[in-house]
Design a protein around this ligand. Structure first.
Ligand code: ZN
Ligand code: ZN
Length: 324
């Protein structure tokens, strides 16, 4: 029946036949070009395809073994009068040296000295670099692998109530971790860790926290250790906070350095914010959110949490190839 109908039409008008063939040709071309990704309506393409072409630069990372760790225990209760409890965790026997009221300028100069003059491997070297511009000092031996809690307190007769008005010329507390055994220093690329701690006092009541944590390398460099923001966190205080001074070079490397074994294990149980199916693995830079799994990473050019454009990424777990 349709054949008879078409034959009748053909006899009626050869032009109609030519028009039908032309329309078929145009539609075929359109579909073919659509598949090749040319600029035709997206409706002709697979809906996944427009995101999978996203190419995010994968940062080449170097894994470095950091022998030092330091955290503040119960930062909410730390004050100038009661002192602060620190918990160092070191892979080798180390020395914890704490300096109260350390000159801000001298600390920054000491870091520069580590780069250009001499390496800060011992408390004595730091004191030399600081020109002894601190108010009080105390030292503790930290045993290998122990997670001992150490209370750091100002001497009772110090009579210090604050460290001056903001902006300050002195850091409340500077903690230096160095290795006590000379031979063991050669086993690690990191020779010391300098932690700058804020402690609330009469004139500046912001809660106690780590302001900066610098890792000093045997190559004569220093890195500012930065926190990563995990998509699922037990700690509500881990909201992003502005880092005002960007003194670090290659700070991304340090983000890698800052991840301890425990954190890695903990993180592996955390779900990807997109598929909720796989563990998070990719650190997005510059926002430092860790919220995507291996499968979902390629579909995002913007961070799904803060919408910031992703410039670079690196994986937490080395099982993933670092470079593509
Ligand atoms: Zn996912
Ligand atoms: Zn983000």
């Amino acid at each position: 029946m349709p054949a008879i109908f078409l034959a009748t039409l053909y006899e009626y008008s050869p032009l109609f036949y030519i028009a039908v063939v032309s329309v078929c040709f145009v539609v075929t071309c359109w579909i073919v070009l659509g598949w090749r990704g040319m600029d035709v309506p997206v409706i002709l393409r697979n809906s996944d395809e427009n995101t999978s072409n996203t190419v995010i630069c994968k940062k080449q990372m170097k894994e470095v073994r950091n022998p030092f760790g330091l955290e503040i225990l119960n930062p909410d209760t730390a004050t100038l009068d009661k002192g602060v409890t620190l918990r160092p965790h070191c892979l080798e026997k180390s020395i914890l040296s704490c300096y109260w009221g350390c000159s801000v300028q001298k600390v920054q100069e000491a870091l520069q000295k580590h780069v250009y003059c001499f390496q800060i491997q011992t408390p004595g070297m730091l004191e030399e670099a600081l020109y002894s511009e601190y108010l009080y000092k105390e030292q503790h031996i930290v045993q290998k692998q122990s997670k001992e809690e150490i209370l750091i307190q100002l001497p009772e007769d110090s009579k210090i109530e604050d460290f001056g008005a903001v902006p300050r010329t002195r850091y409340p507390l500077v903690a230096l971790l160095t290795m006590s055994d000379v031979d063991e220093r050669e086993l690690y690329p990191i020779v010391s860790m300098l932690t700058i701690i804020h402690i609330p006092d009469r004139s500046y009541r912001m809660p106690c926290r780590i302001m900066y944590q610098y890792l000093l390398t045997s190559q004569g460099q220093f890195y500012d250790l930065k926190q990563l923001y995990m998509s699922v966190s037990d700690n509500p205080e881990e909201a992003p906070e502005a880092m005002t001074e960007d003194v670090s070079r290659d700070k991304e490397l340090l983000e890698k350095l800052g991840i301890s074994e425990e954190e890695m294990q903990e993180n592996s149980a955390k779900d990807c914010v997109v598929c909720q199916n796989d563990s998070v693995n990719w650190v997005l830079l510059p926002c430092r959110h860790v919220c995507l799994c291996d499968g979902c990473l390629m579909h995002f050019q913007h961070c799904p949490i803060c919408r910031q454009f992703v410039q670079e990424t690196f994986p937490l777990h080395s099982r993933t190839p670092l470079v593509e």
